[in-house]
Design a protein around this ligand. Structure first.
Ligand code: BT5
Length: 241
């Protein structure tokens, strides 16, 4: 645990001395990273910002499941606090209080980065962050989602435990997400499936209905022109008119 650093992901990435499952927690990040050069912004001690270094023994072809696996672990630990949560594909944690999980705000984000034989999974989660402290309108926190008194240390321990259990199960099945049950659990936690979506990715912008997640973790989108499988991108859940 460090009081402050630029980015826990940056600190662990490429650290050849760090053993498998090293964890680095920071109370504050001055340059927290999101995907695609975006940032993660969180005031000191209001949330959790940490990274876990993994050296997976399973074939690299399955590593794409790791950020989704982390999403499932995060969802499980957060749900146990009493907050309602769901995943937005690929791995945003949504929380909220209404009836419709797909319309919840973003309470957590995951950034997986690979270097050689290591994968660093970074998790940012808004815990007691107030609406004024949240950096964007689409963000929320556990405190605003029905879990006002969460102990951050206990929650961190719960997330790491769930991550450990999920990782061991997945590794036991050689990284096979279907055989290990990970894919099924991901699908049932994922609020994106069944929604009208706009997906922005390397193939441009796609409009359609998300109808599933395949066995490699890609989002299946049904369009007028047929099905498309998307490996990476940003999803917006479109509310019905
Ligand atoms: C993510 O990226 O959501 C991954 C965030 C990972 C952060 C962790 S913290 C520990 C570790 N060390 C790091 O340096 N990073 C990891 P992405 O899907 O690209 O979303 C980024 C977008 O989320 C930003 O452009 C904002 O719109 C929004 N955002 C930034 N801070 C947020 C916050 N605290 N809560 C909700 N949304 C936020």
């Amino acid at each position: 645990m460090v009081p402050e650093t630029a980015s826990t992901n940056a600190d662990l990435l490429g650290d050849s001395e760090a053993p498998d499952r090293s964890v680095l927690v920071a109370e504050y990040q001055t340059a927290g990273r999101g995907r695609l050069e975006r940032t993660w912004v969180s005031p000191p001690a209001a949330g959790l910002t940490f990274s876990v270094l993994l050296r997976p023994s399973v074939p690299m072809v399955h590593w794409g499941w790791l950020p989704l696996l982390a999403g499932v672990a995060l969802h499980e630990a957060v749900s146990a606090t009493g907050a309602r949560s769901a995943l937005k594909w690929p791995n945003d944690l949504l929380c909220g209080t209404g009836d419709e999980p797909s319309a919840f705000g973003k309470a957590g984000g995951i950034l997986a980065q690979t270097s050689g034989d290591e994968v660093v999974i970074g998790i940012g989660l808004n815990v007691s962050t107030t609406p004024e402290e949240l950096p964007v309108e689409s963000a929320t926190s556990l405190a605003s989602s029905g879990a006002p008194d969460v102990d951050r240390s206990e929650l961190l321990a719960a997330i790491l435990t769930r991550l450990d259990v999920r990782y061991a199960q997945w590794a036991e099945f050689g990284g096979d997400a279907e055989a290990s049950g990970l894919a099924a659990d991901y699908r049932s936690a994922c609020a994106t499936i069944g929604q009208r979506v706009v997906v922005t990715g390397t193939d441009g912008t796609i409009h359609g209905r998300a109808i599933g997640v395949d066995s490699t973790g890609r989002l299946i989108v049904e369009r007028d022109t047929g099905e498309q499988r998307i490996g990476a991108g940003d999803v917006e859940h479109v509310r019905p008119d």
